[in-house]
Design a binder for this molecule. Structure first.
Ligand code: ADP
Length: 447
């Protein structure tokens, strides 16, 4: 039998069973605890590991499982929000079993499966109910790929089985399966959570303060709507694949009647409100350079991993009780080709680089543009960018070369970074790595 690869130091594992330990060398843990491997031993069944409280000891490999990344699956047959007539035009007079799935126009939150049968197009409503999807209220599925798989094997009441997907032109939508979070060791039981006071409102639902095994956490609770569930799970899936001291980390997810994301608790809330509420009298130059460096450090990590954030802004940076800033809101990051949140003019125009607005060209260089705006927010204590220009005119002014002035009291070195970040030609903008070096130098001399 081939031997499994030994885990390397730094690997995160999750406890599958309780372990009480038998000697003082052992590190006791409870099911669901996350441990980090610190050393391999001569015995492949035992590792040295560290727990959340910093205690170290021996753990048996068979009591834990490796924490795995959750990945996204492309859904080439998913066409998003197109109406019945469009779907019919795409499918009619073509071969039997050609199909696509779209968002229901009449029943928001539901979907429609459109299939070609005998030259005509049939539409089946896919109902979202109790976190599951169903066509006939008899068979229930976790996600759209599962429905497609089922009806590809057997018509099961439809006019034909699904034979050929009609691919969407212009990029894929993605799906993520809830069960992969369980397989990857990310599932938390609701009974381990205490949901406390409301601390924020997000696009997909409320954010509460809470406790997970007596540790403070933030709990993002999802509204009952599958479209939101998918975006929500996509955000979570991305969070399973990144780890950095300046990225808000995912602790786990609860999949009960609704979905909860359990996140590291950031006690001082989002950076823009933090800056506004404290202002010039409280926030020091040191605080400002620290926020800038923290954020840049996370962005340099994302840049290195070829991940594009797309929505970097002070409102998406959170501050913890120690004053460390961390980037959050990965919902829009690059693995998702198309972001439903941006339909309907919700584009953060004032933060988005011209080429991204114009040609949908999102890169680390367009993130750098947004970082320039974020720096401006930090040094203006949370003002709204382009204060005197109406939103509708911002793009025109920027395209003609207008750039914001330095905020009052902003160090010239920082303003230089802003203007570099706002170069019209994306290639001329610096990398996050380069800016990080400059910020570190500046941080060292800022008191
Ligand atoms: P969305 O991106 O859906 O708009 P956010 O993630 O920005 O939602 O959350 C909304 C608000 O909830 C934030 O502005 C912040 O005040 C609060 N919040 C979100 N995540 C946390 C967290 N991990 N710790 C503390 N507060 C948080």
């Amino acid at each position: 039998m081939p031997m499994a690869e030994p885990w390397q130091p730094g690997q995160e594992v999750v406890a599958v069973y309780d372990f009480k330990g038998t000697t003082v060398e052992d590190l006791p843990f409870a099911k669901g605890d996350v441990l980090v491997i610190t050393r391999t031993t001569r015995d492949i069944n035992w590792y040295k590991a560290k727990n959340n409280n910093g205690n170290e000891g021996m753990i048996p490999a068979t009591y834990v499982q490796k924490r795995k990344e959750v990945s996204l699956h492309a859904m080439p047959w998913f066409h998003g929000k197109i109406n019945r007539d469009n779907a019919a035009d795409l499918l009619k007079q073509r071969q039997d079993g050609l199909f696509l799935v779209r968002e229901s126009v009449n029943f928001p939150g539901d979907y429609t499966l459109s299939v070609c049968c005998d030259g005509k197009v049939e539409h089946y409503r896919i109902i979202y109910k109790n976190n599951k999807l169903t066509i006939d209220e008899d068979s229930f599925f976790d996600n759209l790929p599962q429905i497609v798989e089922h009806y590809s094997k057997d018509a099961d009441g439809l006019c034909t089985k699904l034979i050929t997907p009609l691919p969407r032109v212009g990029g894929n939508f993605f799906s993520v399966s809830p069960e992969e979070f369980t397989q990857g060791g990310w599932t938390i039981s609701l009974s381990d959570l205490v949901v406390g006071e409301l601390i924020g409102k997000g696009e997909f639902g409320d954010v509460h303060k809470g406790l997970y095994r007596d540790k403070p956490v933030a709990i993002k609770k999802l509204k009952d709507d599958n479209r939101a569930a998918q975006s929500f799970l996509q955000e979570a899936s991305l969070m399973t694949s990144v780890r950095h001291q300046n990225l808000v980390s995912l602790i786990g997810i609860v999949q009960d009647e609704t979905i909860y994301l359990v996140l590291e608790f950031m006690g001082k809330g989002n950076l823009v409100e933090y800056l506004r509420s404290r202002g010039r009298s409280v926030i020091t130059k040191k605080n400002q350079i620290n926020f800038a460096t923290d954020t840049c450090s996370a962005m340099a990590y994302l840049e290195d991993r070829k991940l594009v954030h797309r929505d970097l802004a002070a409102r998406n940076v959170l501050v913890n009780d120690e004053g460390t800033a961390k980037v959050s809101d990965f919902g829009l990051a690059d693995r998702i080709d198309f972001n439903p949140a941006h339909v309907g003019g919700k584009f953060p125009i004032k933060w988005t680089a011209p080429e991204a607005l114009r040609d949908n060209k999102f890169t680390s260089k367009s993130d750098m543009w947004s970082f320039g705006i974020l720096l401006w927010e930090i040094y203006s204590f949370g003002r709204v960018p382009y204060p005197r220009i109406p939103l509708a005119d911002v793009v025109m002014h920027v395209e003609r070369g207008y750039r914001m002035e330095a905020p009052e009291g902003c160090p010239p070195e920082i303003y230089q970074i802003m203007t570099d970040a706002w170069k019209k030609d994306a290639k001329e903008r610096p990398t996050f790595q380069t800016v990080l070096h400059k910020l570190h130098d500046l941080q060292a001399v800022t008191v």
